[in-house]
Design a protein around this ligand. Structure first.
Ligand code: ASP
Length: 440
């Protein structure tokens, strides 16, 4: 048995250490200038930002090569339409369930009733512009694919890459070298992910230190009813709704699943970005869970863009909270509009930090609640963003697994093997022959 610990365990340890160190700095050293200048704004900021850039750097090439391999490996183009439709409907369903539960629980708990607005630190909030829905549809097709790649516009990249992959298949034998090339390049990118996993503990540590040294937990106390309600529904959705869907539709053991998704959840939590987490989600569902490349390469980036259960939950609770604070009665129709709007809003907005607030502004506008209300919840949003992103990413992986199961392409041997795809410490070159755990 190898004495080396798995990278996930190591990252988890460093994450908790970062949380503790950050909180200590916030409590005891927040007035010490050199700590702020050289550590918080210096070392932690630089290492954390470098780590996020490294992750983001992988997203576009990994998704592109993986998706070309996925489309070309399908064998049956109809499958693509089927997988697309199934995942889209399931994503919408989970988002609708998430926000409905959020509204129901928040109505029971009643966050914001008796909230003293005068004593809150709220200033003002100007909502950034969100694109109208028709524009979201028009924007699915890139006018210039290079620009789409350069900007990392995920839906446009998916659209163009799938079309490109299908056309490689259509030119028959002559397309074969391109498929081989994409496979090699995909393999290389997977190795880059491997390397990034080795620096991840330090990156995660720096991000956690930075966030928690600036974000005192004392902000949460006056907002406890709101914060607690969001956290409660996030936990219920993660362990209840999503796991039930996994068990009923995916017919796999949720505990094994959760254990294997831990790395992706930690990355999501510390980066607050489903998009930046795509490389880890993709490798986790393929190598650890056993989803085939054709399904994973499409459903994971698709989900990172259009599926945001955790974000929907925040919107549900926030709407009830703001309605309570301003003493506005929304009524059933109002809440149904909130459900519909947030499902639609999640399609057009990508999974990046803080985008949930933009979506919330759209929803509030639609039902006539004051958008300035967002200023009240902004103080605790950073922490909730981390938590809801972990739920968003878990939702993406659940649906990917369910779709693969329904297509009979989930490898159950990989799923049930606790060591499948595990990354141990140390980087190996071919002549060292590590104990192979990754599937081909
Ligand atoms: N940070 C979230 C994500 O990337 C989006 C949000 O809720 O703001 O999934």
């Amino acid at each position: 048995m190898s004495s080396k610990m798995s990278m996930t365990t190591k990252i988890l340890i460093w994450m908790v250490a970062g949380l503790v160190v950050g909180s200590l700095i916030n409590t005891f050293l927040s007035k010490v200038e050199w700590v702020q200048v050289y550590l918080v704004e210096g070392l932690f900021q630089v290492v954390g930002a470098l780590f996020i850039s490294t992750l983001k750097m992988l997203v576009v090439p990994l998704v592109t090569f993986s998706l070309i391999c996925g489309v070309c490996g399908l064998g049956d183009i109809n499958k693509l339409g089927r997988v697309g439709l199934k995942s889209f409907l399931l994503f919408m369903l989970t988002t609708a369930l998430a926000i409905s539960m959020a509204i129901a629980v928040a109505t029971l708990i009643g966050p914001g009733q008796g909230f003293d607005m005068a004593s809150s630190a709220a200033s003002s909030f100007t909502a950034p512009e969100a694109p109208p829905f028709s524009q979201v549809i028009i924007d699915l097709v890139p006018t210039n694919p290079i620009a789409a790649y350069a900007e990392g516009n995920m839906l446009q990249i998916i659209f163009f890459t799938i079309l490109f992959g299908i056309c490689i298949l259509m030119i028959g034998e002559r397309g074969k070298p391109l498929i081989d090339l994409a496979e090699r390049l995909n393999e290389v990118m997977m190795q880059v992910v491997n390397i990034v996993m080795h620096i991840a503990p330090y990156g995660v540590f720096a991000l956690m230190c930075k966030t928690f040294s600036q974000q005192g937990l004392d902000l949460i106390i006056p907002m406890m009813s709101y914060f607690g309600a969001v956290a409660l529904v996030l936990a219920l959705h993660l362990t209840g709704t999503l796991m039930l869907i996994l068990k009923l539709l995916g017919k796999v053991n949720p505990l094994i699943f959760l254990k294997k998704m831990r790395a992706a959840q930690i990355f999501a939590f510390s980066t607050s970005s489903s998009n930046a987490t795509i490389p880890v989600t993709l490798t986790s569902v393929e190598k650890r869970i056993g989803v085939d490349n054709s399904t994973a390469s499409f459903v994971v980036p698709f989900g990172a863009t259009i599926n945001m259960d955790g974000t929907a939950i925040m919107q549900g609770v926030a709407t009830v909270f703001i309605a309570n604070v301003y003493g506005i009665e929304l009524g059933l129709m109002g809440y149904l509009t909130v459900v519909l709007m947030s499902v639609l809003a999640s399609i057009g907005t990508a999974g990046v930090p803080g985008v949930g607030l933009i979506m919330l502004a759209m929803v509030l506008n639609q039902v006539g609640l004051p958008v300035e209300g967002i200023a009240l919840i902004i103080g605790v949003d950073r922490l909730l963003d981390m938590m809801r992103t972990a739920v968003n990413v878990t939702g993406d992986a659940v649906i990917t697994t369910v779709v693969a199961r329904s297509e009979k392409t989930l490898n159950l041997d990989t799923f049930n093997d606790p060591d499948a795809g595990i990354i141990k410490e140390g980087i190996h070159l071919p002549h060292e022959k590590p104990a192979a755990t990754n599937q081909a």
